[in-house]
Write a protein that binds this ligand. Sequence first.
Ligand code: IMP
Length: 434
Amino acid sequence: MITSVVGLQFGDEGKGKVVDFLAGRHDVVVKYNGGRNAGHTVVTKAGTFKFHLIPSGSLRAKEIILANGMTIDPMFLVEEIENAKKANPHIRIFVSKLAHVVTEIHTYLDTAEEAARGKMKIGTTAKGIGPAYEDKYGRTGVRMEDLLSPELLKEKLSLIVKMKDSLLRESKYGVPAEIDRIVLELSATGKKVAEFLCDTEQLLNDRYRSGDSILFEGSHGAMLDVDFGMYPYVTSSNTISGAISASTGFPARKLQKIVGVVKSYTSRVGDGPFPTEIHGDMASTLRDLGREYGTTTGRPRRVGWLDLQLVKYAVMINDVDTIALTSVDTLGKLDTVRVATGYYRNGKEVAGIVRHLGDLDGIEVRYREFKPWGALEDSQISDIVENGQDSMPASMREFIDFVQERCGRPVEFVSLGNLREKTLILGSLAKIGA
Ligand code: IMP
């Protein structure tokens, strides 16, 4: 089976848990976009594992690939590889030679660019991702294979500093000795990562030909996609399933199943439009119940109601086959449970998504309310996991049916808690790799 998992909101949908489940049922797990800006959490009885660069499937995967579409901070990669090997000693790790490198200059530029944007700031994670992709598309980028060539590294870094002169002149990077220091550090790290570097596009296609099952783990979410998200409040890569081909060298036509992950409410970090955002006490309650603090930055996340108009759009652009619905337990604990069904202006329905801040003017969001299903006891959760929807509180079942009906796709993964065991798996997802 060739499967992909993508987020259908603003990231932080709970993809880590879905990927962790599917990783045990595939031979290869591939990460293909973003970098340290992403953060996935997997909770097991052995502890809580947080991943950024390496796939969240790393606990269960036999083999992981970091493909060319990623932007990689090599020092951080070395750290994460060490942690992954502690948790999963037999894991095989491959990193594309063509993936782009995030250096400390990019990280510095990320903060400097945000400061220059002033009130137009994006609220980035400040991990250097945007500037590294700028250099990639500006054709001045550093690639992982360049770490093995100090001369080329020096030439490329000098060029980056020259081209970004206005932002770097006043910084410590305006001095050539600093470039020499970075080249030394990166080259030393290059020696550590050399054993993992390879032509991952070749490897991936070879694995496919030999009959391996492959799982593609998307980072971020559809609304952070650089083309289809709420530009400019987006990340710097394509996050939708269509990005897989260009970001890995694996043919798009061979994808068989696309799993879209939807959290039962919405959260986002950073600035930008958020039509169903809630404020005040209800927001604080939801933020605390859902532990909505950034995995990467620790920032409190903005929270709001599930927005089905937005999710329907994400289902379309990702060509989603099946939905994984997460945090169903958390939503039910609120005094009020609401789901946004559509946008209206002057009483008329507004199609599509709200892409620009100005589009929110005069917008009325309409909601459907559900009876809260309350905090679930562990025994109740076990009953649902064993016996399926019939054991759910009626209002929870209605909520899930409503999501399926509005999105036109089945919900085949229902997450009822952070632990792996607290998950109901149905239909075609239950059959994968079984
Ligand atoms: P950048 O990717 O660091 O450039 O940040 C751009 C926008 O994407 C900011 O609003 C970030 O908060 C957001 N972002 C990037 N990665 C993630 C993620 O994995 N989860 C949630 N938000 C993210």
